[in-house]
Ligand binder design. Structure first.
Ligand SMILES: Cc1cc2nc3c(=O)[nH]c(=O)nc-3n(C[C@H](O)[C@H](O)[C@H](O)COP(=O)(O)OP(=O)(O)OC[C@H]3O[C@@H](n4cnc5c(N)ncnc54)[C@H](O)[C@@H]3O)c2cc1C
Length: 365
């Protein structure tokens, strides 16, 4: 079989690798940029790697995914910690008992803090808030109004430019509340940074695979690619394969920072008076002994930057599902963060790409 893959990001690289490995299929990857890596693309600076599309920390609880990435890179241990800037103070993020003490009193015991939060949560429950209704209801029932109004609501509004009560409650899964003083950002047992960066890791995945750069496959030319391939796997923006349907994406403007992240690797900036959403100090992240970073300003989708975040709306997810089904009729499978319009982490992108490859290989025997 001759198989064409659109996109040399993580999803495209994993699928290309798995299909090529069988030695039964001819695989070709078309990439619209002149580099591999997609949203994970990073470049080597003095003695650290700078992600070009936002901070990327590899974390997973799945051993099979962890073992898989370790085939292509050495992962250096890294325990991700984030601070949030509130009222000129640096607080732990995600919210833990240290963060709570700033709002409710440094003399409070953990039990007293839990009681305060439980009382606030009860007030929201009595007011009719329900888990699963929307992001705002869920968040209020997770941490109460004080912390929500100060740290979560303004950040969320800035990130999506949408009232949080219009966003999906699913988004709350990304905001754990910790009733202890653990300041690690992730709870996953496996986490770290690829010693030689993500671009190198993805290049290793693609070793021996034919990749053609500066080729954009889109609605206008996809028929041409279909003629010379048995089927197509799209990992790029699903919009590109339709003439008149467009799903919106949140974009980010990345700006070189003159300030650093005040000793933190990532510093969230929730307050609405600042346009940026966070600083990332990549040099510090790699332990380079210097401080050098980038800050991010969320942008509306008509801004001329790369699409990065699918909006967490059920309406758009349903629309993407329909678009995917339409493509299958033409033997085009659309997968990955932009291909399936899902807010996926790297481990999820890899896991889904591995499952997809396994099923496909089985069906082609
Ligand atoms: C700001 C930010 C921070 C993140 N941080 C983390 C993190 O800390 N940890 C984590 O686990 N995950 C993180 N992620 C998620 C991670 O980046 C994704 O899960 C992963 O990169 C998705 O890979 P992909 O191959 O599906 O998509 P992409 O990386 O988008 O790859 C798609 C590729 O297709 C190419 N392409 C697109 N359209 C076309 C076309 N028409 N023709 C040809 N080529 C095309 C693109 O150029 C790109 O190379 C983050 C994402 C963002 C945006």
């Amino acid at each position: 079989m001759r198989i064409c893959i659109i996109g040399a990001g993580l999803t495209g690289a994993v699928i290309a690798r798995e299909l090529s490995k069988t030695n039964k299929h001819e695989v070709i990857v078309y990439e619209e940029r002149n580099v591999v890596g997609g949203q994970c693309y990073d470049i080597k600076k003095d003695n650290y790697y700078e992600s070009q599309y936002g901070p990327h920390i590899f974390h997973t609880m799945y051993k099979d995914v962890w073992d898989y990435v370790n085939l292509f890179t050495t992962i250096k241990p890294y325990n991700h910690k984030v601070k949030t800037l509130y009222n000129k103070q640096l607080l732990d993020w995600p919210i833990n008992t240290n963060t709570m003490k700033h709002f409710f009193g440094y003399d409070k015991t953990d039990n007293e803090l839990i009681n305060i939060i439980n009382l606030e949560k009860k007030r929201e429950e009595d007011d009719g808030k329900k888990i699963g209704n929307n992001f705002e209801d869920n968040a209020l029932l997770m941490c109460g109004r004080t912390l929500y109004e100060a740290l979560i609501k303004p950040y969320t509004k800035k990130m999506w430019d949408i009232e949080p009560n219009k966003l999906s409650s699913e988004l709350c899964k990304r905001i754990p509340i910790k009733f202890d003083n653990n300041s690690s950002f992730f709870n996953d047992i496996y986490q770290g940074l690829p010693e030689k960066g993500y671009t190198n890791m993805i290049q290793n995945m693609l070793e021996g695979v034919k990749v053609e750069f500066n080729v954009q496959v889109n609605y206008g030319n996809v028929m041409y690619f279909m003629k010379s391939n048995d089927f197509i796997i799209n990992t790029g923006n699903i919009n590109n394969l339709f003439e008149d349907i467009e799903l919106p994406y949140r974009k980010i403007l990345f700006v070189e920072a003159s300030k650093n992240a005040y000793g933190s690797t990532v510093l969230n900036v929730p307050e609405e008076k600042f346009s940026m959403i966070r600083y990332t100090d990549y040099a510090n992240m790699y332990g380079a002994g210097i401080s050098k970073g980038i800050y991010e300003i969320p942008q509306t989708s008509d801004y001329n930057t790369v699409p990065l975040y699918p909006y967490p709306f059920k309406e758009y997810e349903d629309k993407a599902m329909k678009m995917k089904k339409t493509l299958v009729k033409s033997k085009i499978y659309s997968i990955g963060r932009l291909g399936s319009y899902k807010y996926l982490n790297m481990d999820q992108s890899i896991g889904l790409a591995l499952d997809f490859s396994k099923e496909l290989i089985k069906s082609l025997i």
